[in-house]
Write a protein that binds this ligand. Sequence first.
Ligand code: PLP
Length: 421
Amino acid sequence: MTLTERDTVLASTDPEIARLIGAEEDRQRDKIRLIPSENYVSKAVLEATGSVLTNKYSEGYAGKRYYEGNQLIDEVETLAVERAKALFGVDHANVQPYSGSPANLAVYFAFAQPGDTVMGMALPMGGHLTHGAAPTLSGRWMNAVQYGVRRDTGRIDFDEVRDIAKQNRPKIIFCGGTAIPRTIDFPAFAEIAKEVDALLVADIAHIAGLIAGGAHPSPVGYAPVISTTTHKSLRGPRGAMLMSDEAHSEPLDKAVFPGLQGGPHDHTTAAIAVALKEAATEDFKTYARQIVANAKALAEGLLARGFDLVSGGTDNHLILIDLTNKEITGKKAAKALDRAGIELNYNTVPFDPRKPFSPSGIRLGTPAITSRGMKETEMSHIARFMDEAVEAAKRKDDDAIDAIFGEVKELTSAFQAPGLS
Ligand SMILES: *Cc1c(COP(=O)(O)O)cnc(C)c1O
């Protein structure tokens, strides 16, 4: 059955949901999607996600299941695991975590006790919620200490990282984050982790696709444990993986199941396997390099229009803009840009004097638009659209903003999006 036929069945069973899914597909086609954690998965990934594998229960791991009938699921999961190991060059992979946050929870569960000291990048500095932010389990059940970036460079301050690590002797140090526009220096983190005898965990959720495609250095050999989502630059289904050396494999597996989870989502596992196969191709290497080339071109276009980029630019897929000099809040800019068909998110910037619900910045990235085949030429158009929309927002000129959406649609209509009909 093709996706279109399935849509037809859905339309007769549940026209309300079918209509909403159809409208969302149109939205994803029309807009310039710049949220750096989002992408367009392939039709193959979508088909695996929407398969009968959703019907199966398979608690346990391949060859050691608690339910019968897992002969084929074992093969699916083994393919996913072997492809992850080969693609990233790791000893061990667990493809069962439901998403990035539960994957990180499994890391704490495997290697720490409640109340233990753990260290990660502060959320307003670019870290992730699960790296010790106050409202999360990692902030409340662990003694979380946090590092940030330097005010003058916008880059991680390794003197500070070392000082905090030496003072607090954390059990676990997380590196990686959600709003880091620069290359993560895994060897520098590994050195500090070694000095204080901490376990270094590289959370590569955002940059997994860049690492797989050779466009960002790999943490393998530096971080014994690696956590990643599968749905960001890696361009797979919503899910996650934990990878490690041999020594850390057993506690990780036990933490995921039975520690935290019940049955794995086998349809997701199959789709992860498909995405990993796609990510092992030459085309994907080209894709990963183009993500970075596009981000650099977009950053240059924005800098030329007077935008203030945190750290002055980007090495990866992501750009963080401090809008203070443009005299508009991140939220107002993000809403105006969305109305103009340019979808991104408002975001805190390091040392943000404003509150997280209305911060000074916006965050954007190039994985999704690069999946559509956009290149440097299109990046210069996007920088212009963004500048015009921000200026129109300041004048409260909704007509001008709506006119930009017209131009945006003209651009996006020329670039097919993977997975969309
Ligand atoms: C996205 C992300 C996560 C969490 O992933 P979810 O699937 O949203 O739970 C964890 N860590 C980092 C660094 C991320 O960017």
